[in-house]
Write a protein of this length. Structure first.
Length: 230
């Protein structure tokens, strides 16, 4: 998880039953890792509201500092009593240490992926979404187990149909103010795969990961003739 990229302020009035409306900041944070797959994927921008106006609820996605390492993380709250405990949607085990009040940085309320924004729900709706996402995330060709094996069979069955389109994809490299670069494999206006930083392999976005084999894509960094620089 990187540092926030930009901040803003302002909050609308909320209706009955919603969290109290107070002045708060919104910041964008770049997500990395796979613990929240496929709810969040490497390269997503997360919309984080801080400070919290009420204790986090089970089902909320929160930005917090790991009590053991100080690393900034995003996971979903699985319970709040006797203490706040979290788990990634893509993980089966709860995080080892509960969170103290000072560990929580903010509430994740949205996600921006390839210019498309989506609300991240919390509370009961978030709990349901997290469970569904956790199950779907196991249907991943890169994971072990039965569902991972089933996903690999699906990819193998579809590969003869998708190989030609994958090889015709274009690679766009985007530079950031920090000096980092990210590569995207695109089919027309649709993003097919992402390489979060130079030297990383392709990660095919969900749910296209069930149809496209990353081995069929152009090399993300090796062939400038197929690249456009933004």
């Amino acid at each position: 998880m990187t540092s926030p990229e930009k901040t803003g302020a302002g909050e609308r009035e909320r209706g009955p039953g919603e969290r109290p409306a107070i002045a708060r900041d919104r910041q964008l944070v770049r997500y990395t890792g796979r613990s929240m797959w496929p709810t969040m994927q490497a390269g997503d921008l997360l919309v984080v509201e801080s400070p919290l106006t009420a204790p986090p609820r089970a089902g909320d996605c929160i930005l917090f500092r790991d009590p053991a390492t100080g690393a900034v993380m995003v996971h979903r709250v699985v319970r709040t009593r006797p203490a706040v405990c979290t788990r990634g949607d893509g993980q089966r085990m709860d995080d080892t240490l509960p969170l103290g009040e000072g560990d929580v940085v903010g509430l994740v309320v949205g996600r921006i992926r390839h210019t498309q924004s989506r609300r991240i729900r919390g509370g009961f709706s978030g709990r349901v979404a997290g469970r569904v996402s956790g199950f779907l995330g196991r249907l991943d060709p890169r994971r072990p187990g039965r569902l991972g094996g089933a996903a690999r069979l699906i990819v193998a069955a579809l590969r003869p149909l998708t190989r030609r389109r994958a090889r015709s994809s274009r690679v766009a490299v985007f530079g950031e103010a920090s000096g980092d670069q990210r590569a995207f494999a695109t089919l027309g206006e649709r993003v097919l795969a992402v390489s979060p930083s130079r030297g990383d392999a392709w990660t095919v976005v969900w749910p296209l990961a069930l149809a496209y084999d990353p081995r069929d894509l152009p090399a993300p960094w090796a062939d400038p003739s197929n690249h456009s620089i933004e």
